[in-house]
Design a protein around this ligand. Structure first.
Ligand SMILES: O=P(O)(O)OC[C@H]1O[C@H](OP(=O)(O)OP(=O)(O)O)[C@H](O)[C@@H]1O
Ligand SMILES: Nc1ncnc2[nH]cnc12
Length: 174
């Protein structure tokens, strides 16, 4: 995948705020990236170029910032979009997963039936810190897809100051 200097340009649009929301945290603020339409487009384009021919049928976005980057990627590759939400936001039957954050703990939920065993899923979020959120999202999707052994075949991280958008393709294993 050619980034053509786009990753560097995207990097320059992200504001880094020390000690937010707690001392010691170097906060990666992607709201400044969103103020730059070219950087926003380049960010989603990089993922579309990477995943458009990979048979992805579902893009799962993690609340809240995965809701910003996930839908344009889903539309462009022709996949359904599934929100992975914070607790008590989804009205239907859900499955839940607890996880640890860089600052605190949380839980995420997903509608049962939103992802089917024959789906091929791409998880989208804006950032990985401890990896707890990504792991929890992967577990949820793995459960819905009836994957006993979850194998993350591809795991690309665009290094944008710390780590910007994360994405992983989850494939049925064995
Ligand atoms: O790798 P981790 O340690 O799990 O951290 C990464 C997660 O933390 C942030 O979300 P946050 O929970 O702050 O929620 P928000 O997007 O609703 O602000 C970020 O958008 C990722 O989802
Ligand atoms: N360093 C960080 N910057 C932005 N969002 C975050 N969520 C968890 N850690 C973060």
């Amino acid at each position: 995948m050619a980034s053509d200097g786009r990753v560097e340009r995207i990097t320059s649009t992200i504001r880094v705020i020390p000690d937010f929301p707690k001392p010691g945290i170097l906060f990666q603020d992607i709201t400044t990236l969103l103020l730059d339409p070219q950087a926003f487009r380049d960010t989603t384009d990089l993922f579309v170029e990477r995943y458009k021919d990979k048979g992805i049928t579902v893009v799962a976005g993690v609340e809240a910032r995965g809701f910003i980057f996930g839908p344009p990627i889903a539309l462009a590759i022709g996949a359904k979009f599934v929100p992975i939400r914070k607790p008590k936001k989804l009205p239907g039957e859900v499955i839940s997963e607890e996880y640890s954050l860089e600052y605190g703990t949380d839980k995420i939920e997903m509608h049962v039936g939103a992802v089917q065993p024959n789906d091929r899923a791409l998880i989208v979020d804006d950032l990985i810190a401890t990896g707890g959120t990504l792991c929890a999202a992967a577990k949820l999707i793995g459960e819905l897809m009836c994957i006993k052994f979850l194998e993350i075949m591809e795991y690309i991280i665009f290094c944008v100051r710390i780590l910007l958008i994360i994405a992983c393709s989850i494939f049925l294993a064995s």
